[in-house]
Design a protein around this ligand. Structure first.
Ligand SMILES: NC(=O)c1ccc[n+]([C@@H]2O[C@H](COP(=O)([O-])OP(=O)(O)OC[C@H]3O[C@@H](n4cnc5c(N)ncnc54)[C@H](OP(=O)(O)O)[C@@H]3O)[C@@H](O)[C@H]2O)c1
Length: 342
């Protein structure tokens, strides 16, 4: 790691931003080389960084002077404006919002999946990383694709409240407390009450479409990631907001290009360092969101298949949405970019 580099974490007070700071601290990145930026609401707040504390500054287009790498964990509209300013100031930029994921001029990079893109030439200095669900899907599909090919994926993503950021966490907490006290809570961060409920809507719907932006993103991002590998699995599914705080669970049906036994599929998944197989149901060992916090791997288990449809594989996965699904992608992609010639 280039320790002379100055890094700005934009959105440092958020769910993902605080995980980015943890990841940098774990890599011994020095505090004096870090600038933490957020909205004016947080200006002057102090963020813990090990024994030290970092003063939050308001992010403006001028914030990026002298910055070598800007890691953006902000809402998409904020990223759209400020990432351009950071790029114009000469910084490498990695953005975790949906702002650039569909932009053909901006590379979509998942570290460990297509990291080679970070060393290749591309236009501009902005790189985008996929959503937490797409990250987990691509990570676990890749070893299956290499062994058997993957034609189609049906997914139900059970998404914790942290997917809606700090507001989502606060709202689930307030709703749970209100309901336990016999009061009907209000919903602001979520379209419907999430406390003691399951809501088949995460984020807004696309205009004139039955799909949400989140769901449509999986299809598009998977196509962008897998196309250079010569295979575009059709990914479709439903995003469900669930009343837990951290972690996403994914129920998956995968249609392989050639039949595979459960043992063969398990062996392929075990071969990937990015995947942890937890699959001893008789001993109550399987993926659970409570197990993935701070784990850099995607957990996979409950592998099943039917003799009548041997090309279909059924499984369950869990991922730390804010850590593995977002912050680690930002940090790993960002640090790799800084090794490029200026
Ligand atoms: N949460 C997840 O699991 C997850 C996973 C993958 C991708 N993402 C994406 O990551 C991004 C951040 O999500 P999050 O969950 O961390 O949200 P969050 O907890 O709401 O944090 C948002 C951050 O952005 C900052 N911000 C808001 N408006 C700003 C502005 N005008 N100028 C500068 N900073 C501003 C906030 O600062 P203040 O504290 O001052 O408001 C906060 O630091 C989003 O684009 C989200 O879609 C999230």
């Amino acid at each position: 790691m280039n320790e002379n580099l100055r890094i700005a974490v934009v959105g440092a007070t958020g769910v993902v931003g605080s995980e980015v700071l943890s990841a940098l601290f774990d890599r011994d990145f020095p505090a004096e080389r870090l600038t933490v930026l957020a909205s004016e609401r947080s200006e002057g707040e102090e963020l813990e960084y090990g024994e030290e504390s970092l003063g939050v500054e308001k992010a403006t287009p001028e914030s990026f002077r002298g910055i070598g790498l800007a890691l953006f964990a902000t809402p998409a509209d904020v990223s759209r404006t400020l990432a351009q300013a950071a790029q114009a100031a000469g910084a490498w930029v990695v953005d975790v919002s949906s702002a650039f994921r569909a932009d053909g001029n901006v590379p979509l990079v998942l570290p460990g999946f297509n990291s080679e893109v970070l060393g290749a030439s591309f236009k501009g200095r902005i790189v985008s990383v996929p959503s937490a669900v797409t990250s987990a899907l691509a990570t676990l599909l890749e070893p299956l694709r290499q062994s058997f090919g993957v034609a189609q994926v049906q997914v139900t993503a059970l998404m914790g409240a942290s997917s809606a950021g700090q507001r989502g966490l606060r709202e689930l907490e307030q709703q749970t407390a209100a309901l336990l006290s016999g009061r009907e809570p209000e919903s602001h961060a979520f379209p419907q009450r999430v406390g003691f409920n399951l809501v088949p809507q995460v984020g807004p719907f696309l205009a004139n479409s039955p799909w949400t932006e989140e769901e449509a993103g999986w299809t598009l991002e998977a196509a962008r990631l897998f196309a250079p590998k010569g295979e575009i699995p059709v990914v479709a599914g439903t995003a469900v907001q669930v009343p837990s705080f951290y972690g996403h669970g994914l129920s998956l049906h995968v249609r392989l290009r050639k039949p595979a036994s459960v043992d063969q599929a398990r062996a392929a998944l075990k071969g990937s360092p990015a995947v942890k197989v937890l699959d001893s149901p008789g001993e109550k060992i399987y993926p659970m969101t409570s197990l993935v916090t701070a784990d850099p791997t995607v957990h996979v288990g409950r592998l099943r298949s039917f003799p009548q449809a041997p090309e279909w594989l059924t499984l369950f996965a869990a991922v730390d949405n804010a850590g593995r699904g977002a912050a680690l992608n930002l940090v790993e992609a960002g640090l790799r970019l800084t090794e490029r010639p200026a």
